[in-house]
Design a protein around this ligand. Structure first.
Ligand code: PLP
Length: 444
C-alpha cells in the first residue's frame, strides 16, 4: 500500500509521506510533528522573504478588512495600480503596462496570447508559430507545457499539445560548448534560431519564449554573454516578439531585479514573473508588457476590450496588497544586493567544502545570486547511479529542503530566501554538504 493513501489529497507522489507544514519563521518551516526545516530552495524559488513576515501579514489583513475582491471586469484597485507602478519604476522604463494573473503558467499563457493578438492587430494573422527551447519549463497548463520542453512533464500530454510550438536547442555552454569559444557557440545557437525561422517561414512566427536563466529543468543555467541581445536583434529583424519567462529566475533572485539585466541588459517585448513577486504570501504572477506591444494595443482597441483574455481572480486585491508589501520590503532592505552577496558566500562555502571526489568526477557549481546549482556531473556513473534524489531526501532528513532538478541533469537547485544572513547561508550549505557526504559514504 502506498505511504499516503490515508491523505484526502491526490499528492504529487503516492509513495512518500508528506509532513504537514504548520508554521514558519524566517528561513525555517515548522512541521506538525515538531521538526524545523530550513527552506533551502524557498519552496521552488518562491518564499524570498522567508516566513512569518509581520509587515506582509499586516498588509494582507488590512486589505482583507477593506475589501478582499472586486472583479476586474468592473473595477481596478489601489494596491493593483500601485504595485503595477512600483514594478514598472523598478524596471527603469522597460515596460509600459502590467497584466496581473495568479500563477506562472497563467502568465505564460497570457504572454503567448498577447503576442498572438499583437500580430493580429498589426494585420499579420498568419503569425501562428512560437519557438521555445529544449529542456525548458514554462508551466503545466497545456499552452505553457507546449511552449516548454521538459520531457518528463510533457510525455503523457504530447498528443494533445498544440503543433504551433517548436523548439531549438538550449544555451548551455559549459555542457555543450566543448572545443568552441563562447562566441562560436553563440553563433551556432543564433544560426539555429534563424534556420528554424526560415523553415517555418519568418512571417509565420509570432514569438520566441525562453528562460534567461533556466530553472527547474537544468538548474540555473545562464544564457551566454551576448546570446539574449543577439537573439533580440534577430527577432526584431523578422518582426518576431521576444518573451522572457522570469517566473523562476526573476524579481531579484540572481542579484538584479530582472535576470536579463545581468545578461546583456536588453529587455524583452513581454516578460512573465511570478514566484518571488508575491513571495508565496499570496499567489500572484504577471505579464510585463513593453512599449511596442502596448502602443499597438492602445492604438487598436478603440475603446473596446483591449486584451481578449481574462481570469476571474486576476488583480486580486489581497494578492496585490500583499505583493506590494513584499516588493517594498525588498527595495527598502536592499535584498536584491543581498542575493548577490549571499550567493557568493554560498558558492565559496560549497567550493571549499564539497569533497574532492565531487570535482574529480565532473561535479560543478553554477548560477548567480541566490540561484545556485550543484550538478553531480558523472559522479553517479562511478558510485551507483544518480545522486540528486537521494541527496535531496537526505538533506530533508537532516533538516534542509532543497529542490531536485528534472532528471535531464543529476543536480540540485539551491535558492534560499533573499533574507539569508551569512550564518544561515553557511548552515544551509553545511547541511547540504553533510547530506552529500553521508550518501557518498553509504555507497562506498
Ligand atoms: N515558468 C517558469 C520558468 C517556471 O519555473 C514555472 C514554475 O516552476 C512556471 C513558469 C509555472 O509557474 P506555476 O507553477 O506558478 O504555474
Amino acid at each position: 500500500m502506498s505511504a499516503n493513501t490515508n491523505s484526502a489529497i491526490l499528492h504529487r507522489s503516492l509513495e512518500k509521506e508528506y509532513p504537514a507544514a504548520s508554521g514558519g519563521d524566517g528561513v525555517y518551516i515548522r512541521t506538525a510533528d515538531g521538526r524545523r526545516i530550513f527552506d533551502g530552495s524557498s519552496g521552488a524559488a518562491v518564499s524570498c522573504l522567508g516566513h512569518g513576515n509581520k509587515e506582509v501579514i499586516e498588509a494582507i489583513c488590512s486589505q482583507a478588512r477593506a475589501l478582499a475582491f472586486a472583479h476586474s471586469s468592473f473595477f481596478t484597485s489601489d494596491p493593483a495600480e500601485e504595485l503595477a507602478r512600483f514594478v514598472m519604476k523598478r524596471s527603469n522604463g522597460a515596460f509600459s503596462k502590467v497584466v496581473w494573473l495568479g500563477s506562472g503558467s497563467e502568465a505564460v499563457e497570457s504572454a503567448l496570447k498577447i503576442a498572438r493578438q499583437y500580430h493580429v492587430f498589426r494585420g499579420e494573422p498568419e503569425r501562428v508559430n512560437f519557438v521555445g527551447r529544449l529542456h525548458s519549463y514554462h508551466g503545466n497548463t497545456l499552452g505553457a507545457l507546449a511552449a516548454g520542453n521538459n520531457p518528463g512533464r510533457r510525455k503523457i500530454y504530447e498528443p494533445i499539445l498544440s503543433p504551433a510550438f517548436h523548439h531549438v536547442g538550449r544555451c548551455f555552454y559549459d555542457a555543450d560548448g566543448k572545443g568552441l569559444s563562447e562566441e562560436e557557440y553563440e553563433d551556432q545557437r543564433i544560426s539555429e534560431y534563424e534556420a528554424e525561422f526560415l523553415r517555418l517561414g519568418p512571417r509565420t512566427v509570432a514569438a520566441v519564449i525562453l528562460e534567461p536563466v533556466v530553472g527547474a529543468t537544468l538548474g540555473s543555467v545562464l544564457a551566454t554573454k551576448n546570446y539574449l541581445s543577439r537573439l533580440s536583434e534577430l527577432c526584431r529583424r523578422h518582426g518576431i516578439l521576444t518573451i522572457f519567462d522570469e517566473v523562476m529566475c526573476g524579481m531579484g533572485r540572481v542579484g538584479t531585479y530582472h535576470a536579463w539585466q545581468s545578461l546583456g541588459n536588453v529587455p524583452p517585448d513581454l516578460q512573465t514573473v511570478g514566484k518571488g513577486l508575491g513571495a508565496g504570501y499570496q499567489p500572484l504572477s504577471a505579464v510585463l508588457v513593453g512599449k511596442t506591444v502596448c502602443d499597438t494595443f492602445l492604438g487598436h482597441s478603440k475603446g473596446a476590450q483591449a486584451f481578449l483574455s481574462g481570469h476571474t481572480f486576476q488583480g486580486h486585491s489581497i494578492a496585490c496588497a500583499s505583493a506590494l508589501a513584499v516588493q517594498k520590503i525588498i527595495a527598502r532592505d536592499g535584498l536584491v544586493a543581498n542575493c548577490q552577496k549571499m550567493g557568493e558566500v554560498l558558492h565559496t562555502f560549497l567550493t571549499t567544502s564539497l569533497p574532492s571526489k565531487f570535482f574529480e568526477n565532473g561535479g560543478s557549481l553554477r548560477g548567480l545570486g541566490l540561484f545556485r546549482t550543484v550538478d553531480f556531473g558523472t559522479l553517479g556513473d562511478v558510485c551507483g547511479g544518480p545522486l540528486g534524489k537521494e541527496v535531496s531526501q537526505k538533506a530533508f532528513d537532516l533538516g534542509a529542503a532543497v529542490y531536485l532538478c528534472s532528471p535531464t541533469v543529476d543536480a540540485i537547485l539551491i535558492c534560499p530566501p533573499y533574507i539569508m544572513t551569512k550564518v544561515e547561508t553557511k548552515e544551509l550549505a553545511g547541511t547540504f554538504v553533510e547530506a552529500f557526504k553521508q550518501v557518498l559514504a553509504s555507497r562506498s
